[in-house]
Design a binder for this molecule. Structure first.
Ligand code: SAM
Length: 222
């Protein structure tokens, strides 16, 4: 089976898993921490590991986490000493999960969670660090759960790059997750068109077969 068909099957199974969570939620272990996910939320997973293990957040930084899901990346930014973190997501289930996790990790005074289609609810606020683990693949998504993995006509990612620079401080950094089964060439072109310089910061395989890999790009204003 080619990588595309294999990934289709694997991601469809994961979407069923996200939907089958009981109403009271389910606890997922990630690195040395626990996160609760309510039904229809993307679970903390290997895709964000290269980002969470290698991103640079200085104490006092203001951080925006786009597509926050369970809130996992934003919460790690809080552990690094960020002064303010905003997590946005389009999916109400993700907002419920992230809000719960922010509270149980003790960061309700630091991290704000907002339902927002990308930057819509942000006004003109600018950040030192912007993190994004958006859907990697250009594939039609017919519901909110599919929208955590697939991006119809790659529109969300395209709009991300059209808008992101307006929310980045001049010396700011973007950490953006991609995969060898995603649209990484398109991402590099979109970043360049937005005036960003892109460098691969870290890469991890999902297992020993190394068939699926995840990587994180660090992007700065060129
Ligand atoms: C791959 S998941 C990542 C979740 C979390 N950041 C993590 O690393 O586990 C992608 C997330 O992006 C969200 N998303 C998709 N399209 C979006 C949009 N237009 N605006 C905001 N969030 C969006 C999805 O709902 C989903 O929670």
């Amino acid at each position: 089976m080619d990588l595309n068909s294999f990934t289709d099957q694997w991601q469809s199974q994961r979407q069923q898993l996200f939907k089958s969570v009981p109403p009271e939620g389910r606890t997922v272990r990630y690195l040395d921490k626990e996160f609760l996910v309510y039904p229809n939320t993307f679970w903390p997973f290997a895709d964000s590991l290269p980002l969470v293990k290698h991103f640079r957040v200085a104490p006092g930084d203001h951080v925006l986490d786009v597509g926050t899901g369970s809130g996992v990346i934003g919460i790690f930014a809080c552990y690094h000493g960020a002064a303010r973190v905003v997590g946005v997501d389009i999916n109400p289930a993700a907002i419920q999960s992230a809000t719960h996790n922010v509270q149980t990790h003790g960061f309700a005074g630091v991290m704000e969670v907002k339902q927002s289609n990308l930057f819509e609810a942000l006004g003109d606020e600018r950040f030192d660090v912007i993190t994004a683990n958006l859907p990697f693949r250009n594939k039609p998504a017919h519901d909110m759960v599919a929208m955590s993995q697939w991006d119809t006509d790659f529109k969300t990612n395209t709009r991300f790059f059209e808008g992101v620079v307006r929310h980045l401080k001049p010396q700011g950094r973007i950490y953006y997750v991609q995969s060898n089964f995603g649209e990484f060439e398109a991402v590099k072109r979109l970043a360049q068109a937005a005036g960003l310089r892109t460098a691969e910061l870290a890469r991890e395989a999902i297992d020993d077969t190394r068939r699926q890999e995840f990587f994180v790009y660090e992007m700065t204003l060129a």
